[in-house]
Ligand binder design. Structure first.
Ligand SMILES: [Mg+2]
Length: 257
């Protein structure tokens, strides 16, 4: 089987040199899986679950999901596979030993009713209530992008709530958490501790992860067009290329596919 030393140069830049000393962190939507109009329609197929399971088996379990979704939603997508995970942009974390942290319960209570009214008054917008974060999706109404952003900023005047922009979505999240802090937290625990972080992401919310990984001496890879400003060191075209990259990491892909 081809190994990491047989990879093409283009692909190799998006792959870590050493499987055994790397800790893998994956964003989900737009990275491992294609975006869908409705977030609840995203489900991982068996082939992807098998790849992640195989990567974790080869890597002492140093594979985690880092997402804006709630961990419960990540578990739904990847069921029956359960991975260490950071959800809600790091506001909740499930460590490899199953211990969980959760921050921000109740923090959105004051914003929730007014935001629901705003969304109800603008057909095509969708409010996603994830407890400690609130997301307004405007995929069906891209013309309302700036209105949504302005509205969300009104709800984050203090220090406790931050605004997170993404692809056709703006979120309110507890301040002080991002994908960089999420990766940092996981890296303090075995089997992640002592390994070089490798982070794959596709969106604005992943830039904090790229930045942290770069400072930590790891590898940052952005999924999507290569001409977008980013802090990532390398890029892959789409989730299909991401999947092929995992196969390459495992040495499980024929060189002509
Ligand atoms: Mg994403």
């Amino acid at each position: 089987m081809p190994g990491a030393d047989q990879l093409t140069l283009t692909t190799a830049t998006a792959l870590p040199r050493e499987l055994q000393t790397s800790a893998f962190f994956f964003d989900v939507d737009g990275t491992l899986l294609e975006l869908k109009p409705m977030p609840q329609d995203v489900v991982a197929d068996a082939a992807l679950r098998d790849l992640l399971r195989a990567l974790a088996a080869r890597n002492a379990g140093a594979v985690a999901l880092v997402s804006g979704r709630a961990i419960a939603d990540l578990d739904r997508i990847f069921a029956p596979l359960i991975l260490p995970a950071a959800g809600l942009h790091g506001a909740e974390i499930r460590f490899p030993d199953g211990v969980r942290t959760h921050t921000g319960a109740g923090i959105m209570d004051h914003a929730r009713p007014d935001l629901a009214r705003f969304v109800a008054a603008h057909p095509g917008l969708m409010l996603e209530d994830k407890g400690a974060t609130l997301a307004v999706h405007f995929r069906q109404r891209p013309d309302l992008a700036s209105d949504v952003l302005t509205c969300m900023r009104r709800f984050a005047p203090g220090d406790d709530i931050a605004v997170q922009e993404g692809k056709f979505v703006v979120e309110l999240k507890p301040a002080g958490f991002d994908k960089g802090s999420a990766i940092a937290s996981l890296l303090r625990h075995p089997p992640f501790a002592g390994r070089k972080p490798v982070f794959y992401g596709d969106d604005l919310t992943d830039e904090a992860g790229f930045s942290f990984v770069n400072k930590y001496g790891g590898l940052s890879v952005r999924i999507g067009q290569s001409d977008v400003p980013t802090q990532a060191q390398a890029h892959l075209d789409d989730p299909a290329a991401m999947r092929h990259a995992i196969m390459d990491i495992l040495g499980a892909r024929d060189s002509d596919t």
